[in-house]
Design a binder for this molecule. Structure first.
Ligand SMILES: Nc1ncnc2c1ncn2[C@@H]1O[C@H](COP(=O)(O)OP(=O)(O)OP(=O)(O)O)[C@@H](O)[C@H]1O
Ligand SMILES: [Mg+2]
Length: 287
């Protein structure tokens, strides 16, 4: 942990535009979005397939190939603008911001053990730790993820763990460098509904304990209402509505947001949800 108190926003995105060079021509996948994440906040971008959510996330992490994507605007991580200086992101990844991938089944190397991959992440972020210290830190990270018998999991290969356990390992890897911000692009959509709730609960627990900020990307209003402080509703590369989570869910102003909510069966009021949050409801394609 750094000693200095830093009250700058964890992430400040202003007028982000991303043009993708596709075979069909130039697509403006992100068209002027702005948002802010402060310490301890979860900010969600929700929208249908193809609305530009992943392009936004991958763009600000500078994970889009330069020959495919042209970016403009600003994306400042604790003041460091990675649009103006793409190389700056190298020092930020893992230490300031980490990505939790969508599909835990394919995100890890199948030929290396959980321990090898976790130790590598710890080593990368903490140069100079001894082997014993690296191992004990790895075990500690798995324990924080409520993975049972963490020490014995280190010798296992990814195929020996369930999807939910693998996602916990990936969150442990993402947290290895004690970042201040997590970007989670559909972190639970590849998982069963009951497993989803456990992973979301874990993320909220980590946030409670560390004050980490979370950028959540989802198409699932059940997930959004469970975790978010603020929600941005994305359509065709733009935010059509932004606001406090409760306002967006209970009193949506934009017709498109209302349409998204209407596509969800039996969405109860915010504070009377007897059946959710255990069962986040998938948002269907609107028509
Ligand atoms: N590699 C690519 N080549 C061409 N077009 C792309 C590429 N990646 C994204 N696009 C286009 O950019 C737009 C935004 O896509 P993006 O993947 O960001 O949407 P999304 O909101 O994340 O959707 P999903 O919910 O399906 O993940 C879409 O019109 C998509 O067709
Ligand atoms: Mg996506």
């Amino acid at each position: 942990m750094t000693a200095e108190f830093d009250d700058r926003p964890l992430l400040e995105v202003e007028d982000l535009q991303i043009e993708l060079m596709t075979e069909a021509g130039v697509v403006r996948a992100v068209d002027g979005v702005s948002f802010l994440i402060r310490q301890g906040e979860t900010v969600t971008i929700i929208g249908e397939s193809g609305s530009g959510k992943s392009t936004t996330a991958m763009g600000i992490l500078r994970l889009l190939p330069p020959e495919l994507a042209v970016l403009s605007g600003t994306a400042r991580f604790q003041g460091v603008d990675v649009i103006a200086d793409p190389r700056a992101v190298r020092d930020l990844r893992g230490r300031t911001v980490s990505l939790i991938p969508q599909d835990p089944m394919t995100a890890l190397s199948p030929v290396h053990t959980i321990g090898q991959q976790l130790r590598e992440a710890v080593r990368l972020r903490h140069r100079g730790l001894s082997r014993t210290e690296t191992v004990s830190r790895s075990v500690e990270l798995l324990a924080r993820m409520h993975i049972p018998d963490p020490a014995s999991q280190l010798g296992k290969y990814p195929h020996q763990l369930s999807g939910g356990m693998l996602q916990r390992v990936l969150i442990a890897i993402a947290l290895a460098g004690s970042p201040v911000l997590l970007v989670a692009d559909e972190p639970t959509s590849a998982l069963d509904v009951t497993v989803q709730a456990g992973i979301l609960g874990l993320l909220l627990e980590v946030q409670e304990n560390t004050g980490i900020g979370i950028l959540m990307i989802t198409h699932d209003i059940g997930v959004a209402r469970l975790v978010s402080d603020r929600i941005h509703v994305m359509k065709d590369g733009r935010f059509v509505e932004s606001g406090e989570a409760e306002q967006i869910v209970n009193a949506p102003r934009d017709p498109y947001t209302r349409k998204l909510l209407a596509a969800v069966p039996r969405l109860g009021p915010w504070d009377e949800d007897g059946e959710s949050p255990d069962a986040p409801i998938a948002l269907g394609e609107s028509r």
